[in-house]
Design a protein around this ligand. Structure first.
Ligand code: ZN
Length: 80
Protein backbone atom coordinates (compact mmCIF):
# COMPACT_ATOMS: atom_id res chain seq x y z
CA UNK A 1 0.00 0.00 0.00
CA UNK A 2 1.36 3.42 -0.93
CA UNK A 3 0.42 6.58 0.92
CA UNK A 4 1.20 9.95 -0.60
CA UNK A 5 0.62 13.23 1.22
CA UNK A 6 1.66 16.76 0.42
CA UNK A 7 2.56 18.74 3.53
CA UNK A 8 3.94 22.21 4.03
CA UNK A 9 7.02 22.48 6.21
CA UNK A 10 6.64 25.12 8.96
CA UNK A 11 9.06 27.86 10.01
CA UNK A 12 10.76 25.53 12.50
CA UNK A 13 11.26 22.78 9.92
CA UNK A 14 8.44 20.58 11.17
CA UNK A 15 6.02 18.50 9.14
CA UNK A 16 2.99 16.51 10.18
CA UNK A 17 2.86 12.82 9.33
CA UNK A 18 -0.74 12.05 8.46
CA UNK A 19 -2.86 9.91 10.73
CA UNK A 20 -3.31 7.23 8.05
CA UNK A 21 0.46 6.80 7.66
CA UNK A 22 1.02 6.80 11.43
CA UNK A 23 -1.67 4.19 11.84
CA UNK A 24 -0.31 2.08 8.97
CA UNK A 25 3.23 2.12 10.42
CA UNK A 26 2.11 1.87 14.05
CA UNK A 27 3.80 5.16 14.96
CA UNK A 28 2.75 6.80 18.21
CA UNK A 29 3.63 10.03 20.03
CA UNK A 30 7.02 9.60 21.70
CA UNK A 31 8.33 7.06 19.15
CA UNK A 32 11.75 7.82 17.69
CA UNK A 33 12.03 8.24 13.93
CA UNK A 34 15.23 7.96 11.93
CA UNK A 35 15.62 10.65 9.25
CA UNK A 36 18.09 10.17 6.41
CA UNK A 37 18.83 12.43 3.45
CA UNK A 38 19.70 10.52 0.30
CA UNK A 39 20.23 12.51 -2.89
CA UNK A 40 17.10 14.64 -3.30
CA UNK A 41 15.03 12.45 -0.97
CA UNK A 42 14.36 12.43 2.74
CA UNK A 43 13.69 8.98 4.16
CA UNK A 44 11.89 8.81 7.49
CA UNK A 45 11.44 5.46 9.18
CA UNK A 46 10.62 4.18 12.60
CA UNK A 47 13.87 3.74 14.48
CA UNK A 48 14.64 0.17 15.39
CA UNK A 49 15.37 -0.41 19.01
CA UNK A 50 18.94 -1.56 19.44
CA UNK A 51 21.33 -1.85 22.35
CA UNK A 52 23.10 1.43 23.01
CA UNK A 53 26.44 -0.38 23.34
CA UNK A 54 26.50 -3.37 20.97
CA UNK A 55 23.54 -2.81 18.57
CA UNK A 56 21.87 -6.10 19.57
CA UNK A 57 18.14 -6.07 18.89
CA UNK A 58 17.05 -8.81 21.30
CA UNK A 59 16.65 -9.08 25.05
CA UNK A 60 16.47 -5.31 25.48
CA UNK A 61 15.58 -3.44 28.63
CA UNK A 62 14.80 0.27 28.82
CA UNK A 63 16.90 2.57 30.99
CA UNK A 64 16.06 6.27 31.00
CA UNK A 65 14.58 5.96 27.50
CA UNK A 66 17.62 4.09 26.11
CA UNK A 67 17.70 0.43 25.11
CA UNK A 68 20.39 -1.83 26.57
CA UNK A 69 20.64 -5.59 26.03
CA UNK A 70 20.82 -7.93 29.01
CA UNK A 71 24.38 -9.02 28.08
CA UNK A 72 25.60 -5.42 28.30
CA UNK A 73 23.66 -4.93 31.53
CA UNK A 74 25.63 -7.87 32.94
CA UNK A 75 28.93 -6.43 31.65
CA UNK A 76 28.11 -3.10 33.29
CA UNK A 77 27.16 -4.86 36.49
CA UNK A 78 30.55 -6.62 36.51
CA UNK A 79 32.31 -3.24 36.43
CA UNK A 80 30.85 -2.18 39.75
ZN1 ZN B 1 24.41 -4.77 24.22
Amino acid sequence: MIFTNFREIDKLGRIVISKDIRRHLNIHAGDVLQINAEGESIIIKKAEKKCLFCNADENLVELDGKSVCRDCVEKLRALT
